[in-house]
Every structure is written in C-alpha cells, then in structure tokens.
Design a protein around this ligand. Sequence first.
Ligand SMILES: Nc1ncnc2c1ncn2[C@@H]1O[C@H](COP(=O)(O)OP(=O)(O)O)[C@@H](O)[C@H]1O
Ligand SMILES: O=C(CO)[C@@H](O)[C@H](O)COP(=O)(O)O
Length: 550
Amino acid sequence: VCVSLNLYPPPLLGVRVSDRCVLLMAAAQDSLYLGFDFSTQQLKVVAIDGDLNVVHQNHVLFDSELPEFRTQGGVQLHADRLTVTSPVLMWVKALDLLLDKMRRAEFDFSRVRALSGSGQQHGSVYWRRGASETLNQLDPDQSLFSVLDSPVWMDSSSSQQCQDLQAAAGGALRLAEITGSRAYERFTGNQIAKLRQNRLEEFQDTERISLVSSFAASLFLGGYAAIDYSDGSGMNLLDIRSRTWSEICLEATAPHLDRLLGAPLPPTSVLGPVSSYFVRRCGFSESCRVVAFTGDNPASLAGMRLQQGDIAVSLGTSDTVFLWIQQPRPALEGHVFCNPVDWQEYMALLCFKNGSLTRERVRNECTGGSWEVFSAALRETPLGNNGNIGFYFDTMEITPPAVGVHRFDSDDTEVEVRALVEGQFLSRRLHAERLGYSIIPGTRVLATGGASSNKEILQVLSDVFNAPVYTIDLSNSTCLGSAYRALHGNTLTVLPLILLILQQYCSSASVLIISPDYCDLKKGKKENLVKEVKEKRWNKEKKRAPEADP
Ligand SMILES: Nc1ncnc2c1ncn2[C@@H]1O[C@H](COP(=O)(O)OP(=O)(O)O)[C@@H](O)[C@H]1O
Ligand SMILES: O=C(CO)[C@@H](O)[C@H](O)COP(=O)(O)O
C-alpha cells in the first residue's frame, strides 16, 4: 500500500512519504473501524479494516424486526397528519439487536480501534433528569427519556414556531444568513420550541437534548456526546460562521437552551473511549475510541469522496442533493451546513421528502410491488415520456413546499412510472441549479442510498442531469463515511482526510458508470449507451468518463 501511495506526487499536501508510512502503520491491518447509521427505516453498520476494505455489514429493519413499536417506514404519523415521530426506545433496542446479530456472525469487537456513526438529520432526543447517571447501563426499560416519541425530519407541524423564530431573527433571509437556512419545520430548534409550548412538564423534566446522531454517540460513550458542527447546522440554532450557538436563536427558542444542548464540537473530534458497558457486553477493547457522530447526509459526503464540481444525489428515504462548497451563500431555499470533513468549509444541501416512499407507492400501484417490473417500465418507455410529466407530492414537500399529485391524463402504468421518476429528477436538477449549481462538461453525479442500486433509475438520473452517474459498489455511503471518519478521527487528527481518499483510490472498488442516453426526442430514437465497468479503479474510471453533452 505504501508503494501505491507513492504513485502520487511527493509534494502532495506537503506530506512526506515517511509520514504516509507512519499513517498506514497507525491504521494497522488487524485494526477495524465501525460506522453506524441510525437512519429513518433502519439501523445499519459497516466495518472496514486499516486498508479501507469492507469486512462486515449488518442492519436491523425497524418495521419488520421490531414490530412491537408499530412504525411504518420507521416512523409514526400522528392524527393531524403533520406530526411525525419515532419511538426513541426503538433505536436503543435496535442497537441491542444489531450488536447481537454481529456477535452471532462472530464479529470480533476486540479489534475495533474506533467507531463513529450518523443519524437521520434534525430528529431530537430528550434525556430525563438523572439520565446521565444510568446512561452507561443502556437498559432500554429504564426511563432515560422525558419524551418517548422523538420528532423526526418528516415532521411539518411547527409552522407557527418557524414564523416566530424568523420574526425574532429579523426575517427569513437574516435567519438563513446566521444559521444557513430559513426556518424549516423539521429543524430541531423549531421542534424544541413546539415541545416547550405544548408539553411543558416533559420539557422541564429534560436535562439534555441530543440530535439522533449525538444520542447514538452518547449510548456508546455512556455519557452525553457533543453535537457536531455539521449536524448542528440543521437546527436553526447554530451560527454556521462562528460555529457557536446563536444567542438570538437560542433566546427565541427556549430559556437557557445552551445548557440543554452542550457546546458543539468539530465533527472530527474524538469524544472518548467506549463505555465499560460495551466492553463487558461485546468485548470491545477499553481503548476503542468514539469519534463524534454526525448527520447522515454529511457522513455520506465523507463516504462518497466528493470532489470540487461533483454533485451527490442520495436516494434514501428522502432524496437529497448535496455539494461541497467553500463559501456559504445561504438563500431562502436549501441549506448550508458546516462541512463534516474539513470543518472550516461547508456543504450545500437540498432535501426532498417525496423520494423513495413515493416511488414505493407508485411501484405498489402500477407494477405489483415489484422493483423488477418498475425497472422494466423505465426500460420500455422513451426518454421524455412523450411529453407526459408528473409531479408527485404525496405528503407536503420540503422543496418546494407543495402538496398533491399533478399529472397527465392517462392510465398507462409504464408511462406513470417514467413520469414519476423523470419528474422527481427534473425537480432535483431545477432546484440544484437555483442553488447555483451548473451542469458542465466533466460534471459527475455521484449516486447513493437504497434506490441507487436500481440501474434503470440511475439511467433516468443520468439522462435528466445529462451527465455520467457514478456509484460505488456499496450503496450505503453513509455507513462507509462513518467508518472512514472513525479511522480519520483515530489516526489522522493532524492530517487531512484526503490522504485516506487517495488510499481508497488505490484499492479496487467496483464502480458503475451510467452515461446519458443521447436521444433524438422528436423521433423517439433511443441509443442505449449504458456502460457498466466493474472491478476498475475509481481514478481510471474518472479519466474515461464520457463528457456530458452540452
Ligand atoms: N431496487 C430498488 N429500486 C428502487 N428503490 C429501492 C430499491 N431497493 C431499495 N430501494 C429503496 O431504498 C429505500 C431505503 O433506502 P436507504 O438508503 O436504506 O434508506 P434510509 O437510510 O433512509 O433508511 C427504500 O425505501 C426503497 O424504496
Ligand atoms: O431531512 C433530511 C436532510 O435535511 C433527511 O435527509 C434526513 O437526514 C433523513 O435521511 P434519510 O433517512 O432519508 O437518509
């Protein structure tokens, strides 16, 4: 591995070859690094070794493996159809179950040098007074939490609190200037304000508020984990330039809120060793470190190794589009978060609520619940769908704030499938361009998330963006990014993550490239230029990638 690293120009980032060897020795081969993801529908884990090879993967699906919590897609929709929560005990139990599954698969916890993770963004967890004393026992039956139903990112019930916060901050744009986003219902500060107004007793019984990410880190630490700058940017509370809580926003949300939140920290912080509970329960080494957990989209940015000019499209429960940016230019649409890899830089993100769940609904109604038939419908229909465009907002959308299904007059199920997917990706592109992104020759679209395993969906993505789409063989870049961050936090506290990235380029990853269909829309002619290249090195693929047709 040292030899392959030497292929890169020696002056790179001013790091000497000897330093690189030290770096690699530090990430010794028998060491393992864990990345967890507490996402909307499941808890996932990936283990990598010191060479960044994936050596173990596992998951727990909330709906089917923990049916006692009666969730649908990992959440509970309340009667007002706006409030959406998840049972916090379900997440605790899921971790218990996942660790059991790993043990049954003979995963060797004693080799884990560091772990990190991510959580669905914006969700909040409320720890009851006195919880810090029992936290290191992790017994799900204990009453650790003052609020059992955690608000999650799908919630849109805090419109009044959003208006109040914007008024206090001096308007929507001013709030965006401070926190990176105008007020959004799902953002944690507005959820906290709503809880304080509607459930004062539970609020007063709370000693600490965590994000889903810092809650998960707290379980591993056996003590309260800091909120990291990157996930903290999704709260409408953090000043994204000073990286401290904004006084104006705190005051408008709840009194003495800074005490409940704790001080935010850089996403690469090492928080401490894993708790003695996990040492006893799983056989973790006492020296295994917990690196700050972050939001699932920031973790995904780390896992996808985004480069300048790339655009990432995550097709998880939500669809998100994100970019690495240097300077924040917050606007009334979209979000600017602190960057999870280089905490002095930023990332821009757009979130679309009607993503995979809407595709699943149309799959169930039009193609008998089969992704194969859904894919076949995309193959059988022409690009452009003969002009049949649809916009499908089953629930109140985030970008744009709209609801309802707006479609053409036809009952053809194949046409419906293409209209849905093309409409979704047209919207992703349109809003990305409004955010300032331009599709130019050389643009790479990096796809991830559950639906990125579907080649026909990726073909539509490539056609609509008129750019090649790349994906790694593991559609789960969030967990992978968390495992990279664990290694980074553990061994590279003074060296940039980019070294890891270069190392990854040297290993052979399966890369799938899909290039746009060049198609004469008038004639409906379709030349299928899908190219699959497997077992190739990512850097070689980059050189060969076909340029987008301007
Ligand atoms: N073959 C497929 N084609 C299209 N979508 C798929 C396919 N397989 C899984 N999905 C979608 O992936 C989604 C889950 O993605 P994932 O990234 O695991 O979500 P999350 O991290 O939010 O829990 C499911 O809701 C499902 O609709
Ligand atoms: O709200 C957002 C981003 O702002 C969502 O992207 C959540 O972070 C949920 O992520 P997934 O479970 O869909 O990956």
